[in-house]
Write a protein that binds this ligand. Sequence first.
Ligand SMILES: Cc1ncc(COP(=O)(O)O)c(C=O)c1O
Length: 382
Amino acid sequence: MKDKTKFTHIGRPKPGIATPVNLDVTRASTLLFAKSEDLYRTDIRGYGRHGSPLHDALEEAFNELENGAGTSLAPSGFAACTLAILSCVSAGDHLLVTDSIYGPTRNFCENFLKGLGVEAERYDPRIGAEIASFFKPNTIAIITESPGSLTFEIQDLPAIVKAAKTRDLKVIVDNTWSGGISYKPLNMGADISIHAATKYMGGHSDILFGAVISRTKDMAAKVAKTRKFLGYATSPDDAYQILRGFRTLHTRFEAQEKSAVQLADWLKTQSFVETVLHPALDCHPDHGLWKRDFTGGGCLFTVVMKPATTQQINAFIDGLELFGIGFSYGGFESVVIHCDPQLNRKFGDGFAGPLVRFGCGLEDIEDLKADIMQSAAQALNA
Ligand SMILES: Cc1ncc(COP(=O)(O)O)c(C=O)c1O
């Protein structure tokens, strides 16, 4: 069955007589028991922090999304990143982290984990099989993100997984960009796939939510145990909205992905643009890998602008009327940021000009183009 069909049916109550289409939201911290002998049973849920039938249904939706063996939910996408990592490391371990990882995750690995005695080392996202040259006797896991945050490098995941398997290292993928729709890393042998469900699953820029999907039952059990240790819980109302988001996820994703490719393709021909970093464009250096491993794109890409001053770039962004200036993406509305202040790269040759990241919403593409043109004319004399 195709994802689109699965997500209209998964996690819904069995019809009886006049059954609502959707599951009820159960709000509970305390769960009551008729008999005290049941309080400490390990085969049932004993407390609200451990979820609800709605949370179970949502976990199942994430499992279906990526063919996972188990999912743990987290209160934000970033919390899902830290949960996945903390499930794999202990003091004395060495961790390989892609240079292009989401900034707060890099900060967590390089600063917080350091305090716990875990050494994080960066690798070039384009390293592929050469990742093996970074392995140390105490290397425990590799954290990838493909395409990478802000700069959109595609990683050769099959080559990385193959190298990791020779040493039984865990491979963790932050799969937020693809929404799990156009990229299925667990099918390629990765151990964990992470989603900031805040983006496409939420879809309306009003919920923070995350999910950690594991390929095997063993890995899923480890992540679930870590979630319990950390006390992460998610609100049933948010879980309801995320499951609701799954119903229209595919359709929204396809529309936003299509707009992003059209906009990226058009932008690359504009006088104020040096190049566009979107892996679905054939000018992207990793387009071949993207074509091999992905079935589609995502709504987010970065434009390398022709050299311009910071004032000009800020004026260009401020002049946009349809793109909100703000972090995140995957909501119904288009967004934009300039990236240079948060780049923090160790590898690569840098870029010819400033970077501006666009996230496409559900607006009409011609309106988005017209908006960019009017602002570029004012701010960049384009
Ligand atoms: C790739 C990636 N991972 C994780 C996150 C964190 O998600 P959240 O904002 O839900 O904490 C983001 C947010 O932008 C992201 O882009």
